[in-house]
Ligand binder design. Structure first.
Ligand code: PHE
Length: 450
Protein backbone atom coordinates (compact mmCIF):
# COMPACT_ATOMS: atom_id res chain seq x y z
CA UNK A 1 0.00 0.00 0.00
CA UNK A 2 1.31 3.42 -0.91
CA UNK A 3 1.34 5.74 2.07
CA UNK A 4 -0.24 9.08 1.38
CA UNK A 5 2.06 12.04 1.57
CA UNK A 6 1.63 14.23 4.65
CA UNK A 7 0.35 17.74 4.13
CA UNK A 8 -0.38 20.98 5.89
CA UNK A 9 -4.01 21.29 6.96
CA UNK A 10 -4.44 24.65 5.26
CA UNK A 11 -3.04 28.03 4.47
CA UNK A 12 -2.50 29.19 8.03
CA UNK A 13 -0.61 26.11 9.13
CA UNK A 14 1.65 26.31 6.12
CA UNK A 15 2.35 30.03 6.49
CA UNK A 16 3.19 29.74 10.17
CA UNK A 17 5.35 26.66 9.68
CA UNK A 18 7.29 28.34 6.88
CA UNK A 19 7.53 31.59 8.84
CA UNK A 20 8.71 29.52 11.81
CA UNK A 21 11.52 28.24 9.68
CA UNK A 22 12.39 31.64 8.30
CA UNK A 23 12.35 33.44 11.63
CA UNK A 24 15.43 32.18 13.39
CA UNK A 25 18.69 33.23 14.92
CA UNK A 26 19.55 35.15 11.76
CA UNK A 27 16.70 37.58 12.35
CA UNK A 28 17.69 38.17 15.94
CA UNK A 29 21.43 38.30 16.06
CA UNK A 30 22.41 39.27 12.58
CA UNK A 31 19.87 41.58 10.98
CA UNK A 32 19.89 44.31 13.68
CA UNK A 33 23.65 44.40 13.74
CA UNK A 34 24.02 44.46 9.96
CA UNK A 35 21.48 47.24 9.66
CA UNK A 36 23.04 49.32 12.39
CA UNK A 37 26.52 48.87 10.95
CA UNK A 38 25.73 49.32 7.31
CA UNK A 39 23.94 52.59 6.97
CA UNK A 40 20.73 52.09 8.98
CA UNK A 41 17.74 53.16 6.94
CA UNK A 42 19.53 52.74 3.66
CA UNK A 43 20.43 49.14 4.49
CA UNK A 44 16.83 48.45 5.49
CA UNK A 45 15.60 50.01 2.27
CA UNK A 46 17.91 47.89 0.12
CA UNK A 47 16.96 44.82 2.12
CA UNK A 48 13.26 45.47 1.54
CA UNK A 49 13.71 45.85 -2.20
CA UNK A 50 15.64 42.58 -2.23
CA UNK A 51 12.91 40.84 -0.21
CA UNK A 52 10.16 41.59 -2.70
CA UNK A 53 12.27 40.74 -5.75
CA UNK A 54 15.15 38.36 -5.05
CA UNK A 55 13.82 36.73 -1.87
CA UNK A 56 10.32 36.44 -3.26
CA UNK A 57 11.47 34.75 -6.48
CA UNK A 58 13.76 32.27 -4.78
CA UNK A 59 11.21 31.35 -2.14
CA UNK A 60 8.29 30.84 -4.47
CA UNK A 61 10.49 28.86 -6.85
CA UNK A 62 11.49 26.36 -4.16
CA UNK A 63 7.96 26.00 -2.83
CA UNK A 64 6.60 25.48 -6.33
CA UNK A 65 9.25 22.86 -7.11
CA UNK A 66 8.18 20.99 -4.00
CA UNK A 67 4.50 21.17 -4.75
CA UNK A 68 4.90 20.30 -8.40
CA UNK A 69 7.03 17.23 -7.79
CA UNK A 70 5.53 16.23 -4.43
CA UNK A 71 9.05 15.34 -3.46
CA UNK A 72 11.68 16.70 -1.12
CA UNK A 73 14.82 18.10 -2.65
CA UNK A 74 16.86 14.90 -2.93
CA UNK A 75 14.38 13.42 -5.41
CA UNK A 76 12.60 16.56 -6.62
CA UNK A 77 15.33 17.83 -8.93
CA UNK A 78 15.83 14.46 -10.63
CA UNK A 79 12.12 14.32 -11.22
CA UNK A 80 12.28 17.67 -12.98
CA UNK A 81 15.33 16.76 -15.02
CA UNK A 82 17.43 13.59 -14.93
CA UNK A 83 20.67 15.51 -15.41
CA UNK A 84 20.08 17.47 -12.21
CA UNK A 85 20.29 14.54 -9.82
CA UNK A 86 23.58 15.93 -8.52
CA UNK A 87 21.67 18.97 -7.34
CA UNK A 88 19.43 16.81 -5.18
CA UNK A 89 22.48 15.32 -3.52
CA UNK A 90 24.09 18.73 -2.93
CA UNK A 91 20.82 20.08 -1.60
CA UNK A 92 20.57 17.12 0.74
CA UNK A 93 23.99 17.75 2.21
CA UNK A 94 23.12 21.31 3.28
CA UNK A 95 20.54 20.54 5.99
CA UNK A 96 22.53 17.51 7.13
CA UNK A 97 25.49 19.81 7.86
CA UNK A 98 23.41 22.59 9.40
CA UNK A 99 21.14 20.67 11.77
CA UNK A 100 23.83 19.47 14.22
CA UNK A 101 25.60 22.77 14.73
CA UNK A 102 22.35 24.74 14.80
CA UNK A 103 21.29 22.46 17.66
CA UNK A 104 24.60 23.12 19.42
CA UNK A 105 23.74 26.82 19.35
CA UNK A 106 20.17 25.97 20.37
CA UNK A 107 21.73 24.29 23.39
CA UNK A 108 23.54 27.50 24.30
CA UNK A 109 20.21 29.29 24.15
CA UNK A 110 18.62 26.78 26.54
CA UNK A 111 21.52 27.26 28.94
CA UNK A 112 21.14 31.05 28.93
CA UNK A 113 17.40 30.82 29.30
CA UNK A 114 17.81 28.65 32.38
CA UNK A 115 20.47 30.95 33.79
CA UNK A 116 18.23 34.02 33.42
CA UNK A 117 15.10 32.25 34.60
CA UNK A 118 16.81 31.08 37.74
CA UNK A 119 17.86 34.62 38.54
CA UNK A 120 21.55 34.13 37.79
CA UNK A 121 21.65 36.37 34.77
CA UNK A 122 24.15 38.72 36.38
CA UNK A 123 26.74 35.95 36.44
CA UNK A 124 26.38 35.65 32.66
CA UNK A 125 27.51 39.24 32.32
CA UNK A 126 31.04 38.33 33.41
CA UNK A 127 33.61 38.57 30.65
CA UNK A 128 34.70 34.97 30.90
CA UNK A 129 31.27 33.40 31.29
CA UNK A 130 30.49 32.50 27.70
CA UNK A 131 33.98 31.22 26.98
CA UNK A 132 33.99 29.12 30.12
CA UNK A 133 30.62 27.63 29.29
CA UNK A 134 31.29 26.81 25.62
CA UNK A 135 34.78 25.63 26.55
CA UNK A 136 33.33 23.03 28.91
CA UNK A 137 32.87 19.37 28.06
CA UNK A 138 29.66 18.15 29.65
CA UNK A 139 27.38 21.18 29.53
CA UNK A 140 27.65 22.11 25.83
CA UNK A 141 27.08 18.48 24.93
CA UNK A 142 24.13 17.96 27.26
CA UNK A 143 22.32 21.13 26.23
CA UNK A 144 22.95 20.33 22.58
CA UNK A 145 21.38 16.90 22.97
CA UNK A 146 18.44 18.32 24.91
CA UNK A 147 17.73 20.81 22.15
CA UNK A 148 18.08 18.12 19.50
CA UNK A 149 15.71 15.81 21.39
CA UNK A 150 13.14 18.61 21.69
CA UNK A 151 13.38 19.08 17.94
CA UNK A 152 13.06 15.36 17.44
CA UNK A 153 9.99 15.12 19.65
CA UNK A 154 8.17 17.67 17.52
CA UNK A 155 9.21 16.24 14.16
CA UNK A 156 8.18 12.79 15.35
CA UNK A 157 4.64 14.14 15.59
CA UNK A 158 4.54 14.59 11.83
CA UNK A 159 3.69 17.51 9.60
CA UNK A 160 0.25 18.43 10.95
CA UNK A 161 0.45 17.21 14.53
CA UNK A 162 4.07 18.17 15.03
CA UNK A 163 5.52 20.94 12.90
CA UNK A 164 2.28 22.72 12.09
CA UNK A 165 0.69 22.53 15.52
CA UNK A 166 3.80 23.73 17.31
CA UNK A 167 4.32 26.60 14.84
CA UNK A 168 0.72 27.71 15.23
CA UNK A 169 1.27 28.15 18.96
CA UNK A 170 4.86 29.34 19.09
CA UNK A 171 4.90 31.88 16.27
CA UNK A 172 2.17 34.17 17.65
CA UNK A 173 3.83 33.97 21.08
CA UNK A 174 7.15 34.89 19.53
CA UNK A 175 5.64 37.88 17.79
CA UNK A 176 3.98 39.13 20.98
CA UNK A 177 7.21 38.80 22.97
CA UNK A 178 9.16 40.65 20.29
CA UNK A 179 6.71 43.52 20.21
CA UNK A 180 6.53 43.58 24.02
CA UNK A 181 10.30 43.83 24.49
CA UNK A 182 10.62 46.43 21.71
CA UNK A 183 8.00 48.62 23.38
CA UNK A 184 9.69 48.28 26.74
CA UNK A 185 13.10 49.15 25.30
CA UNK A 186 11.62 52.26 23.67
CA UNK A 187 10.67 53.59 27.12
CA UNK A 188 14.25 53.52 28.39
CA UNK A 189 16.02 56.85 28.74
CA UNK A 190 18.06 57.58 25.65
CA UNK A 191 16.40 54.85 23.57
CA UNK A 192 15.27 57.32 20.94
CA UNK A 193 18.84 58.21 20.10
CA UNK A 194 19.43 54.49 19.61
CA UNK A 195 16.39 54.12 17.42
CA UNK A 196 17.63 57.01 15.35
CA UNK A 197 21.00 55.30 15.07
CA UNK A 198 19.23 52.15 13.83
CA UNK A 199 16.98 53.84 11.28
CA UNK A 200 18.80 56.94 10.13
CA UNK A 201 20.15 56.47 6.61
CA UNK A 202 23.88 56.95 6.82
CA UNK A 203 25.26 56.86 3.31
CA UNK A 204 28.87 57.00 4.45
CA UNK A 205 28.56 53.41 5.70
CA UNK A 206 26.93 52.23 2.53
CA UNK A 207 28.89 50.39 -0.13
CA UNK A 208 28.83 47.42 -2.46
CA UNK A 209 29.67 45.17 0.43
CA UNK A 210 26.53 46.41 2.16
CA UNK A 211 24.49 45.12 -0.73
CA UNK A 212 26.29 41.78 -0.68
CA UNK A 213 25.79 41.51 3.07
CA UNK A 214 22.08 42.26 2.64
CA UNK A 215 21.72 39.63 -0.09
CA UNK A 216 23.43 36.95 1.95
CA UNK A 217 21.41 37.80 5.02
CA UNK A 218 18.14 37.64 3.12
CA UNK A 219 19.08 34.38 1.51
CA UNK A 220 19.79 32.78 4.89
CA UNK A 221 16.84 34.38 6.58
CA UNK A 222 14.31 32.97 4.16
CA UNK A 223 15.67 29.45 4.62
CA UNK A 224 16.44 29.21 0.91
CA UNK A 225 18.62 26.42 -0.50
CA UNK A 226 18.38 24.39 2.68
CA UNK A 227 15.96 21.82 1.31
CA UNK A 228 13.35 23.17 3.70
CA UNK A 229 11.12 25.07 1.35
CA UNK A 230 11.10 22.31 -1.26
CA UNK A 231 9.90 19.85 1.40
CA UNK A 232 7.36 22.29 2.77
CA UNK A 233 6.12 23.00 -0.75
CA UNK A 234 5.58 19.28 -1.23
CA UNK A 235 3.19 19.34 1.75
CA UNK A 236 1.09 22.20 0.36
CA UNK A 237 -2.24 21.18 -1.11
CA UNK A 238 -2.86 21.91 -4.76
CA UNK A 239 -5.67 24.39 -4.22
CA UNK A 240 -3.64 26.75 -2.03
CA UNK A 241 -2.56 30.10 -3.41
CA UNK A 242 1.23 29.87 -3.13
CA UNK A 243 1.77 33.45 -4.18
CA UNK A 244 -0.48 34.79 -1.42
CA UNK A 245 1.22 32.58 1.16
CA UNK A 246 4.69 33.70 0.13
CA UNK A 247 3.67 37.30 0.73
CA UNK A 248 2.68 36.47 4.28
CA UNK A 249 5.85 34.49 4.95
CA UNK A 250 7.98 37.37 3.69
CA UNK A 251 6.12 39.89 5.79
CA UNK A 252 6.42 37.77 8.93
CA UNK A 253 10.11 37.13 8.47
CA UNK A 254 10.96 40.71 7.63
CA UNK A 255 8.79 42.14 10.39
CA UNK A 256 10.53 40.05 13.04
CA UNK A 257 13.95 41.02 11.68
CA UNK A 258 12.98 44.68 11.67
CA UNK A 259 11.47 44.53 15.16
CA UNK A 260 14.54 42.76 16.50
CA UNK A 261 16.41 45.90 15.65
CA UNK A 262 14.10 47.84 17.96
CA UNK A 263 14.72 45.33 20.72
CA UNK A 264 18.45 45.17 20.40
CA UNK A 265 20.00 48.27 18.84
CA UNK A 266 18.67 50.95 21.25
CA UNK A 267 19.43 48.75 24.27
CA UNK A 268 23.02 48.20 23.18
CA UNK A 269 23.27 51.87 22.19
CA UNK A 270 22.28 53.03 25.67
CA UNK A 271 24.03 50.49 27.88
CA UNK A 272 26.95 49.13 25.92
CA UNK A 273 27.70 51.55 23.07
CA UNK A 274 31.24 50.26 22.59
CA UNK A 275 29.76 46.88 21.56
CA UNK A 276 27.57 48.18 18.75
CA UNK A 277 29.83 46.46 16.26
CA UNK A 278 29.22 42.93 17.49
CA UNK A 279 26.77 40.53 15.92
CA UNK A 280 26.17 36.81 16.11
CA UNK A 281 26.97 34.78 19.22
CA UNK A 282 29.09 37.63 20.62
CA UNK A 283 26.05 39.89 20.59
CA UNK A 284 23.65 37.36 21.99
CA UNK A 285 25.74 35.64 24.63
CA UNK A 286 28.22 38.31 25.69
CA UNK A 287 26.91 41.79 24.89
CA UNK A 288 23.25 41.27 25.74
CA UNK A 289 23.86 39.80 29.21
CA UNK A 290 25.90 42.96 29.90
CA UNK A 291 23.04 45.07 28.63
CA UNK A 292 20.51 43.19 30.78
CA UNK A 293 22.74 43.67 33.80
CA UNK A 294 22.47 47.44 33.47
CA UNK A 295 18.91 47.74 32.20
CA UNK A 296 16.09 48.35 34.68
CA UNK A 297 14.24 45.01 35.06
CA UNK A 298 16.98 43.59 32.88
CA UNK A 299 16.94 40.15 34.49
CA UNK A 300 13.26 39.68 33.71
CA UNK A 301 13.63 41.06 30.21
CA UNK A 302 16.63 38.80 29.74
CA UNK A 303 14.62 35.73 30.74
CA UNK A 304 11.79 36.66 28.37
CA UNK A 305 14.30 37.42 25.64
CA UNK A 306 15.94 34.01 25.82
CA UNK A 307 12.54 32.30 25.77
CA UNK A 308 11.88 34.21 22.57
CA UNK A 309 15.22 33.20 21.11
CA UNK A 310 14.52 29.60 22.01
CA UNK A 311 11.17 29.68 20.20
CA UNK A 312 12.79 31.18 17.13
CA UNK A 313 15.59 28.62 17.14
CA UNK A 314 13.29 25.68 17.77
CA UNK A 315 10.87 26.44 14.95
CA UNK A 316 13.87 26.73 12.62
CA UNK A 317 15.51 23.54 13.79
CA UNK A 318 12.31 21.54 13.37
CA UNK A 319 12.11 22.75 9.79
CA UNK A 320 15.61 21.69 9.03
CA UNK A 321 15.14 18.30 10.65
CA UNK A 322 11.87 17.91 8.76
CA UNK A 323 13.72 18.64 5.52
CA UNK A 324 16.16 15.79 6.18
CA UNK A 325 13.49 13.42 7.45
CA UNK A 326 11.33 13.98 4.39
CA UNK A 327 14.32 13.27 2.17
CA UNK A 328 15.12 10.05 3.98
CA UNK A 329 11.46 9.02 3.77
CA UNK A 330 11.27 9.82 0.06
CA UNK A 331 14.55 8.26 -0.89
CA UNK A 332 14.50 5.12 1.22
CA UNK A 333 10.72 4.77 1.59
CA UNK A 334 11.24 4.68 5.32
CA UNK A 335 8.67 5.21 8.02
CA UNK A 336 8.70 8.57 9.76
CA UNK A 337 9.74 7.34 13.17
CA UNK A 338 12.64 5.37 11.78
CA UNK A 339 13.84 8.32 9.74
CA UNK A 340 13.54 10.66 12.73
CA UNK A 341 15.45 8.37 15.05
CA UNK A 342 18.14 7.77 12.43
CA UNK A 343 18.57 11.46 11.66
CA UNK A 344 18.75 12.32 15.35
CA UNK A 345 21.38 9.68 16.08
CA UNK A 346 23.43 10.82 13.13
CA UNK A 347 23.16 14.44 14.21
CA UNK A 348 24.39 13.67 17.72
CA UNK A 349 27.56 12.26 16.23
CA UNK A 350 28.00 15.07 13.75
CA UNK A 351 27.29 17.70 16.41
CA UNK A 352 29.96 16.55 18.84
CA UNK A 353 32.86 18.33 17.08
CA UNK A 354 30.86 21.58 17.08
CA UNK A 355 29.91 21.18 20.73
CA UNK A 356 33.50 20.51 21.76
CA UNK A 357 35.17 22.81 19.28
CA UNK A 358 35.64 25.56 21.87
CA UNK A 359 37.08 23.36 24.61
CA UNK A 360 38.13 19.75 24.43
CA UNK A 361 38.78 19.88 20.68
CA UNK A 362 39.55 23.57 20.60
CA UNK A 363 43.00 23.01 19.17
CA UNK A 364 41.69 21.48 15.99
CA UNK A 365 41.22 24.07 13.31
CA UNK A 366 40.17 23.57 9.72
CA UNK A 367 41.38 26.39 7.44
CA UNK A 368 41.78 28.37 10.61
CA UNK A 369 38.21 27.79 11.75
CA UNK A 370 36.74 25.90 14.69
CA UNK A 371 34.36 23.06 13.72
CA UNK A 372 31.15 25.05 14.13
CA UNK A 373 32.40 27.98 12.10
CA UNK A 374 33.73 25.62 9.46
CA UNK A 375 30.42 23.76 9.05
CA UNK A 376 28.60 27.08 8.95
CA UNK A 377 30.99 28.37 6.32
CA UNK A 378 30.74 25.30 4.07
CA UNK A 379 26.94 25.21 4.22
CA UNK A 380 26.12 28.89 4.09
CA UNK A 381 28.84 30.48 2.08
CA UNK A 382 29.70 27.67 -0.33
CA UNK A 383 27.00 25.05 -0.75
CA UNK A 384 23.88 27.16 -0.43
CA UNK A 385 24.78 29.69 -3.12
CA UNK A 386 25.82 26.82 -5.42
CA UNK A 387 22.56 24.92 -4.84
CA UNK A 388 20.53 28.06 -5.43
CA UNK A 389 22.52 28.94 -8.52
CA UNK A 390 22.05 25.47 -10.01
CA UNK A 391 18.33 25.69 -9.22
CA UNK A 392 18.10 28.99 -11.08
CA UNK A 393 19.84 27.44 -14.08
CA UNK A 394 17.53 24.44 -13.99
CA UNK A 395 14.37 26.51 -13.73
CA UNK A 396 15.40 29.54 -15.74
CA UNK A 397 17.27 27.93 -18.61
CA UNK A 398 16.59 24.20 -18.78
CA UNK A 399 12.91 23.93 -17.85
CA UNK A 400 12.16 27.61 -18.47
CA UNK A 401 10.38 29.68 -15.83
CA UNK A 402 7.02 28.88 -17.45
CA UNK A 403 6.95 25.45 -15.81
CA UNK A 404 7.04 27.05 -12.38
CA UNK A 405 4.74 29.91 -13.32
CA UNK A 406 2.14 27.37 -14.40
CA UNK A 407 2.41 25.59 -11.07
CA UNK A 408 1.80 28.86 -9.24
CA UNK A 409 -1.19 29.89 -11.31
CA UNK A 410 -2.74 26.50 -11.97
CA UNK A 411 -6.03 27.40 -10.29
CA UNK A 412 -6.14 30.81 -11.91
CA UNK A 413 -4.35 32.54 -9.00
CA UNK A 414 -2.88 35.97 -9.52
CA UNK A 415 0.87 36.12 -9.98
CA UNK A 416 1.52 39.83 -10.09
CA UNK A 417 5.30 39.59 -9.93
CA UNK A 418 5.57 37.07 -12.77
CA UNK A 419 7.72 39.42 -14.84
CA UNK A 420 10.05 40.07 -11.95
CA UNK A 421 10.21 36.35 -11.25
CA UNK A 422 11.18 35.55 -14.82
CA UNK A 423 13.94 38.15 -15.06
CA UNK A 424 15.17 37.41 -11.54
CA UNK A 425 15.54 33.67 -11.95
CA UNK A 426 17.05 33.80 -15.41
CA UNK A 427 19.38 36.77 -15.18
CA UNK A 428 19.68 38.62 -11.91
CA UNK A 429 19.55 36.00 -9.15
CA UNK A 430 22.43 33.98 -10.69
CA UNK A 431 24.61 37.10 -10.59
CA UNK A 432 23.57 37.82 -7.01
CA UNK A 433 24.33 34.26 -6.00
CA UNK A 434 27.80 34.39 -7.49
CA UNK A 435 28.34 37.67 -5.65
CA UNK A 436 27.25 36.05 -2.38
CA UNK A 437 29.54 33.08 -2.97
CA UNK A 438 32.57 35.21 -3.73
CA UNK A 439 31.89 37.88 -1.14
CA UNK A 440 31.23 35.60 1.81
CA UNK A 441 34.17 33.39 0.97
CA UNK A 442 36.51 36.36 0.81
CA UNK A 443 34.99 37.78 3.99
CA UNK A 444 35.58 34.52 5.85
CA UNK A 445 39.29 34.82 5.18
CA UNK A 446 39.36 38.49 6.02
CA UNK A 447 39.95 39.56 2.44
CA UNK A 448 36.96 41.89 2.36
CA UNK A 449 35.43 43.72 5.27
CA UNK A 450 31.79 43.96 6.06
N1 PHE B 1 16.01 31.42 8.55
C1 PHE B 1 16.72 30.73 9.56
C2 PHE B 1 17.37 31.71 10.53
O1 PHE B 1 17.27 32.89 10.36
C3 PHE B 1 17.73 29.92 8.90
C4 PHE B 1 17.71 28.54 9.35
C5 PHE B 1 16.59 27.77 9.23
C6 PHE B 1 18.82 28.03 9.92
C7 PHE B 1 16.59 26.50 9.67
C8 PHE B 1 18.83 26.77 10.37
C9 PHE B 1 17.71 26.02 10.26
O2 PHE B 1 17.98 31.30 11.50
Amino acid sequence: MKEQRSNFSGKMGFILAAAGSAVGLGNLWRFPYLAAQHGGGIFIFVYLILVVTFGFSMLIMELAIGRKTKQSSITAYTKLNKKFGFLGVLAAIVPIIILPYYCVIGGWVIKYMIVFMSGQGKAAAADTYFGAFTGGTIEPLVFFVVFLLATMAIVLGGVQKGVERVSKILMPVLLILTVGISVYVATIDGAWEGIKYYLWPDFSNFSMSTVCAAMGQLFFSMSIAMGIMVSYGSYVKDDIDLNGCVNHIEIFDTAVAFLSGFMIVPAVFVFQPDKLNTGGPGLMFATLPLVFEKMPFGQVIGAVFFVLVLLAALTSSISIMEAIVSMVMDKFKMKRWMAVVGVTAFSVVLGIPSAWGFGLWGDVKILGMDFLTFFDFVANSILMPIVALATCILVGWVLKTKTIEEEITKNGEKFARKGIFHVMIRYIAPVFLIMILVFYTLAQFGLVKY
